[in-house]
Ligand binder design. Structure first.
Ligand code: UDX
Ligand code: ADP
Length: 457
């Protein structure tokens, strides 16, 4: 094994190749993408994605054994192993629209590999793909009777954005699915040997291809289900005298349940959860398992419900109208420590606020550029993008906190309160702030799954 190629230099491909390059100095790794701007950014110190610790790793290996390029076909012929991490968004057209994965980028890549490969190659499916697509890829790659042989492996990525480098450096497990043939097993071993440079052997799990693909969808479905479960109960807490933080704590201390992913909020976002669950649902329906599909579909429904509920509570508490009111949005990224806004609850919430004729002022430490792209089709006179949180809140009737950026905890809320229109409202969509202190300052505080702290009753 000498040369590794990664097709698709995005949130998955970029960080993953940087960490492999760091631990495997004897390998030459090339990361390619069709997007020229992206590649130019990877070659600079202004990386195309924000990820804590990433620039440091990239600087250690770039130009030594990690290279970024737009030359896809030129790098295929001598690659021994090719990671495919192109995007597989949800289909927006035709059969399965809104649920099935759009595999056009991925199939194009498979055909390019077939056309340009000159020797036997291991192809590793890194993007999340619906179960059984590795098999389809194998069929494309196997369509010629002579020429190089391909082994297709599934090696799903479990890194979470915002903690990608830490997750790659010490993963809970590395999963490699491969064919049970001797050649398939040899390929699995070759990939496992790369990870063994820094991951303990007992954490490297090998399975058949389908189990590996299914495990990725299942892991994300289970995590999302925990978030939707706690969010569904937050609605019940608001209707009663229970407090969701207390409930989460009590649940989490049960070792059978565990404490993580029980933080109630405005709902989950990110490129994986919704897409993977929809894929799972589509698969269930394909196999006639309608009840199973409906079960997982509800996880997505609750997520939309939670976002609608949040806006509804804003309208209701602010005297049933938001028209003409200035609303400061604190945080637009789908979670803290990332510039990524894909499927962020902020998108839906801001759209609804604009529909209510509010003036929406968006502040985020890293995601303003993406926010502007996500909302480009809305009437721009109702939108402001503001890099300073104090200026965002100035003259606002309300603040809606949508992302759990820790820096929001240390802002001077007394100063912010004084610059706002009274009565001032604060909607904490992540239960991140100290609500008693904010109430004391004078805010009317609404959070998730808790009784409001209002001066107006
Ligand atoms: C997820 C999986 O965690 C990762 O293993 C997989 O490879 C890709 O998908 P990611 O989308 O980066 O990673 O973020 P994650 O940390 O899982 O958070 C997803 C969403 O759930 C975020 O919007 C987050 O704010 C929300 N969330 C998470 C909650 O609302 N409450 C929680 O308790 C945890
Ligand atoms: P992920 O979060 O899965 O990494 P991204 O959208 O961040 O998703 O990255 C996927 C990358 O794949 C993008 O940079 C996109 O330009 C790239 N890509 C899509 N299709 C192709 C292709 N046919 N060849 C090379 N790169 C591609």
């Amino acid at each position: 094994m000498k040369k590794i190629l990664c097709i698709g230099a995005g949130y998955v491909g970029g960080p993953t190749m940087a960490v492999i390059a760091k631990h495997c100095p004897e390998l030459e790794i090339v990361c390619v993408d069709i997007n020229e701007d992206r590649i130019r950014a990877w070659q600079s110190d202004d990386l195309p994605i924000y990820e804590p610790g990433l620039l440091d790793v990239v600087q250690q290996v770039r130009g030594k054994n990690l290279f970024f390029s737009t030359d896809i076909v030129g790098n295929i012929p001598d690659a021994d192993l090719i990671f495919v991490s192109v995007n597989t968004p949800t289909k927006t057209f035709g059969q399965g629209a809104g649920r099935a994965a759009d595999l056009q980028y991925w199939e194009k890549t498979a055909r390019q590999i077939l056309q340009y490969s000159r020797s036997d190659t291991i192809v590793v499916e890194k993007s999340t793909l619906p179960v059984r697509t590795a098999e389809a890829m194998h069929r494309i790659l196997d369509s010629r009777s002579s020429g190089p042989k391909f082994e297709v492996l599934s090696n799903p990525e479990f890194l979470a954005e915002g903690t990608a480098i830490a997750d790659l450096e010490s993963p809970d497990r590395v999963l490699i699915g491969g064919p049970t043939t001797p050649a398939g097993q040899k390929a699995v071993e070759a990939l496992a040997a790369i990870y063994r440079h820094w991951v303990p052997a007992e954490k490297i799990l090998t399975t058949n291809v389908w189990s590996s693909e299914m495990s990725k969808l299942a892991a994300n479905a289970f995590l999302a289900q925990r978030v939707s479960s706690i969010n569904s109960l937050s609605a019940l807490c608001e209707a009663t005298d229970a407090d969701i933080t207390e409930v989460s704590r009590a649940l989490g201390m049960d070792r059978r349940i565990g404490g993580r992913f029980l933080q109630a909020g405005v709902g989950f976002g990110g490129s994986c959860f919704k897409k993977d669950i929809l894929n799972l649902v589509y698969l269930c329906e394909h196999y006639g398992l309608h009840e199973v599909g409906a079960y997982w579909q509800m996880v997505v429904e609750i997520n939309h419900y939670q976002q609608r509920r949040f806006v509804h509570r804003m309208i209701q508490s602010m005297f049933n109208t938001l028209a003409g009111k200035r609303i400061a949005i604190f945080g637009f990224a789908f979670k803290a420590h990332t510039s990524d806004t894909r499927e962020s609850p902020g998108i839906e919430i801001c759209r609804e606020l604009v529909e209510e004729h509010a003036q929406v002022v968006i502040h985020d430490p890293k995601a303003l550029e993406n926010a502007a792209k996500d909302l480009h089709d809305l009437p721009q006179k109702q939108l402001v993008f503001e890099s300073d949180p104090y200026r965002a809140a100035e003259g606002a009737h309300a603040i809606a906190l949508l992302t759990d950026w820790p820096q929001f905890q240390t802002l001077d809320y007394r100063r912010i309160f004084q610059s706002m229109v009274q009565p001032a409202f604060l909607f904490d969509g992540r239960n991140l702030l100290n609500h008693a202190d904010l109430f004391e300052i004078g805010f009317n505080v609404y959070s998730i799954g808790k009784r409001p702290l209002s001066h107006l009753d």
